[in-house]
Ligand binder design. Structure first.
Ligand code: FAD
Length: 436
């Protein structure tokens, strides 16, 4: 039931124990080690993009919201020079494209042939398959950030500014111009008591399986962020010392108290749902990473090879998980309607990635952007079944399926966040047991 989102979403018994044991004992330690490697710790991001939706966007001045970008000599040369170059295939394609882009920049009156080639480049750029907006990493405002030095944790970002973001994100769930009576969710918000939750769930249950799945992904991401801020809460803050650790009552208030009016367990189940989706996407992407031309290129050949082997170990393990989500249950209706639905969801998700540029706290914006990009990449993988199958066939000269470095770094780090949340849940469960 967990793995096939059909019927009533909330009467499923989650096989939490299987996921906990698989994640906490097997996958989590390997994944953490991988994410500490140079390839995965440096992420290029533009945190200065203006909010496209409203102009009165204030930025928080709290020190815990600050992001420390890398100085140029901190980032390995191989990463800086390769940027999107991650495999021999893509290198050739990128070189062609760079030449063409350069041509386009110096000569406005391009020949028919060059224009056609540029159009092909746009096709290769697979924008139409993307579920999120990707930052222009060539922009002078884009900077490398060391994710290990800027961890996701409590920042103090809250109140109307944070609610406005969450509210806008959930509004995307209404798939405008699809007309749904929308007041339900904002009221859940403003009361904070969830008194309208039954009406909301009645509405949600009436939606098709894809829209319910979409809601659960967003809600799962929301749970994960709130688990992280509770697990790395600022417990002691003075001139000499800052201490970040578990805040059990913060966690309890958010997931296990009267305040949530019974919503807490559902929100945690949504976290497990998100885990299954991203896990499945990684397992599906295995053939892409297995190709001999794929490298985790940082310019340090021995380390790069060792990290590629570790990456494959993680993905093979992901592939062995016994309760995989069956993505074939999504968009399985009549071809035309399924296509329209997929496009609606893709555009809604793209809008969510744009909303991240409106988050007023830079640290929250960094991790929000990375995690929506990672989830968008997971959806791109899940819905590229045919192109990924082509990767395993001989004689397909230039595979249509590609992931660039930004997508690779974001999907693994996003999954790393969810995997850490699952692990932290176990810690909180045992702390709560001691508490009682
Ligand atoms: P909020 O978490 O703001 O939630 C608002 C309302 O949404 C709740 O009242 C409830 O009705 C509903 N809700 C809550 N959880 C769920 C769920 N899982 N599913 C469905 N509905 C739900 N703060 C940090 O300290 N560190 C961070 O790194 C951080 N990153 C953030 C990233 C983003 C993109 C955003 C928008 C916010 C981030 N925040 C971060 C802020 C944090 O998520 C909360 O908004 C803040 O702590 C205030 O919490 P709250 O109790 O008012 O409820």
């Amino acid at each position: 039931c967990f793995c096939q989102v059909t019927g009533n979403l909330d009467d499923c018994a989650c096989d939490v124990e299987t996921i906990d044991a698989f994640n906490n004992d097997q996958l989590f330690p390997k994944l953490q080690k991988l994410l500490e490697s140079d390839y995965f710790r440096f992420y290029k991001v533009n945190l200065d993009k203006p909010c496209p939706f409203w102009t009165d966007n204030s930025q928080c001045g709290m020190s815990s919201c600050a992001v420390q970008p890398c100085s140029p000599n901190e980032v390995p040369e191989g990463i800086k020079s390769s940027n999107h170059k991650y495999s021999a295939d893509a290198n050739t394609q990128d070189d062609d494209c760079e030449k063409l882009e350069h041509l386009g920049a110096v000569d406005a009156s391009l020949s028919e042939k060059t224009r056609e080639a540029l159009q092909n480049w746009n096709l290769h750029d697979d924008e139409s398959e993307r579920f999120c907006v990707i930052d222009d990493v060539e922009s002078p405002d884009a900077q490398y950030v060391d994710l290990l030095l800027n961890p996701e944790r409590f920042t103090g970002y809250k109140g109307p500014a944070a609610w406005r973001i969450w509210n806008s994100i959930y509004e995307e769930n209404c798939f405008k111009p699809f007309t749904v009576r929308r007041p339900v969710y904002p009221q859940v918000f403003h009361s904070g008591q969830g008194k309208d939750a039954p009406a909301f769930y009645r509405w949600l249950d009436g939606q098709c399986v894809e829209k319910r799945a979409f809601y659960r992904l967003i809600s799962g991401l929301h749970s994960s962020i709130n688990i992280h801020l509770s697990a790395r809460y600022l417990m002691d803050d003075n001139w000499f010392h800052k201490k970040w650790s578990h805040n059990v009552s913060e966690f309890q208030q958010r997931f296990d108290s009267e305040l949530t009016a019974g919503e807490g367990p559902k929100r945690l189940r949504n976290l497990y749902f998100l885990y299954l989706i991203e896990l499945r996407a990684l397992a599906k992407a295995l053939p892409f990473f297995q190709r001999s031309s794929f490298q985790l290129y940082t310019g340090q050949p021995r380390k790069d090879q060792a990290h590629k082997e570790l990456l494959l170990e993680v993905l093979r393990l992901a592939d062995t998980f016994p309760l995989h989500f069956n993505e074939n249950s999504l968009f399985a209706g009549k071809e035309k309607e399924a296509g329209k639905l997929k496009e609606d969801i893709r555009l809604s998700f793209k809008n969510i990635s744009r909303i991240m540029d409106c988050v007023g706290c830079f640290k929250c914006r960094l991790w929000g952007k990375l995690q929506t990009q990672g989830l968008g990449t997971a959806l791109k993988v899940l819905f590229s079944r045919r192109q990924i199958e082509d990767l395993t066939k001989p004689n397909v000269p230039r595979p249509a399926f590609q992931l660039n470095r930004q997508e690779i770094v974001s999907i693994f780090n996003a999954f790393g966040r969810i995997s850490t949340s699952i692990k932290e849940l176990k810690n909180f469960r045992s702390m709560l047991a001691d508490f009682r």
